[in-house]
Design a protein around this ligand. Structure first.
Ligand code: PGA
Length: 252
């Protein structure tokens, strides 16, 4: 059976004090959260707070980005080894906000992915099409192209890999993809993954949906065969709404 995941992507939100408060609230419901791996991805500046507050629970944490080199003259960058040093298990890579706002290319994402795996992190690779690409019936082609390039030269990582299908038009808009559309794309992604990294690896890889997930729509999304959890932005900023989503993922 594949692992189920509820990953909080806080983006550029929360002070250290707010992070501590969130973690303390989440701890209170932690005994409830079995059957799902809960992962918090705060800004770099709060990773140590999450580590302190959740270090003795089953919950995990990760970063929202990293660089592709281990160390050196790269002003402003954070190495995957530094993330390991902070106890991170995961790193989100290729989020559409980084692709669109920071100009990250698939070639860059590919380098980061390989470096993260080498450092012992589990990458959460984000892929997804824009509204225009969907309307032009190019969604599959776009996602295939992203996967082709992002996973180039990758050997099936022993520590595993997570993929998140996040249609750009669904991120932060309040308009989620229909469960049918999400399932269709996610089963396509699993099929591609089988071609790159083998059927067994693909069958064991968690593939998540992301984009306007909340406690009202997650149950329907999770009813789909290939969807193993969610990457949650806005609704992950409050401990109670995030915990409610995680519980629904666990019970699906
Ligand atoms: P959202 O963000 O849940 O606020 O739509 C999801 C994401 O960007 O990962």
């Amino acid at each position: 059976m594949r692992k189920k995941l509820a990953i909080a992507n806080w983006k550029m939100n929360k002070s250290r004090a707010e992070t501590r408060e969130f973690c303390q609230q989440l701890r209170q419901v932690a005994p409830d959260l079995t059957g799902v791996e809960v992962v918090i991805c705060p800004p770099f500046t709060s990773l140590d707070v999450v580590a302190q507050e959740l270090g003795d629970t089953e919950m995990r944490w990760g970063a929202q980005n990293c660089f592709w080199e281990r160390q050196g003259a790269y002003t402003g960058e954070i190495s995957p080894l530094m993330l390991r040093d902070l106890g991170c298990s995961y790193v989100i890579l290729g989020h559409s906000e980084r692709r669109q706002i920071l100009g990250e290319t698939d070639a860059v994402i590919n380098r980061k992915l390989i470096a993260a795996i080498e450092a012992g992190l589990i990458p959460v690779l984000c892929v997804g099409e824009s509204l225009q690409e969907r309307e032009n019936h190019r969604a599959r082609e776009v996602v295939k192209e992203q996967l082709d390039q992002d996973l180039r030269n990758l050997v099936a990582p022993a520590g595993g890999l997570v993929i998140a299908y996040e249609p750009i038009w669904a991120i932060g808009t309040g308009v989620n993809a229909s469960s049918d559309d999400a399932q269709e794309m996610i089963s396509f992604i699993r099929e591609r993954l089988a071609q790159y990294l083998g059927r067994e690896f693909a069958a064991g890889t968690p593939i998540l949906y992301g984009g306007s997930v909340n406690s009202n729509n997650i149950a329907e999304i999770m009813a789909e065969e290939d969807i193993d959890g969610a990457l949650i932005g806005g609704a992950s900023l409050q401990a109670d709404s995030f915990a409610a989503i995680a519980r629904l993922i666990a019970n699906a």
